[in-house]
Design a protein. Structure first.
Length: 173
């Protein structure tokens, strides 16, 4: 027998997704001391001038790089600052945050900013493509557009149900 806990299926699904992402992020944080790659949630990551690390990922926080990153630097809801003489061998991606490249900073891969600003010193080097979709409007569009499509779909379903339930009109004699 199936028991309904009182919450809609979508709410339970969102909770389970949030729980899985949180567990993954916190477990990655716990292992970060033994692993050259770092993942943090809500705590800024600082890569010092003498540090050499792998991938660096931050959820709801910022990343400051002064040393060397052998992989990618990625933030969701935070900013990335790559300072003097720092080097990123992979990509630098800021989602809903800014990317700042100071003098002599080097990114071998792509530099991508989605929902933020790119501030790049003329002497900073980017080996790949530079892509910016600045402004917070893009973030709103990403979250609002699916809601609009879903609302239109629900309106269509309601219209169809009402049309099908409409009583038949008798023929005029």
């Amino acid at each position: 027998m199936h028991r309904n806990c009182g919450y809609p299926l979508a709410v339970r699904g969102q909770f389970l997704l949030w729980l899985a992402v949180s567990c993954l992020a916190f477990s990655a944080t716990a292992w970060a001391k033994d692993n050259p790659s770092y993942t943090q949630v809500g705590h800024t990551i600082n890569v010092g001038p003498n540090d050499q690390v792998g991938d660096v990922t931050c959820f709801g926080c910022s990343i400051h790089v002064r040393g060397q990153v052998a992989g990618d630097v990625t933030t969701f809801g935070g900013s990335i600052t790559i300072e003097d003489q720092a080097q990123v061998s992979g990509d630098a991606t800021a989602f809903a945050g800014d990317l700042r490249l100071t003098k002599d900073a080097k990114v071998d891969g792509d530099a991508t900013v989605f929902g933020g600003q790119l501030r790049r010193d003329p002497e900073a080097q980017v080996g790949g493509d530079v892509t910016t979709m600045g402004g917070r409007g893009w973030i709103a569009l990403i979250f609002v557009a699916p809601l609009i499509v879903m609302g239109l779909f629900v309106a269509l379903l309601i219209w169809l149900i009402q049309w099908l339930r409409r009583p038949a009109m008798p023929a005029a004699a």
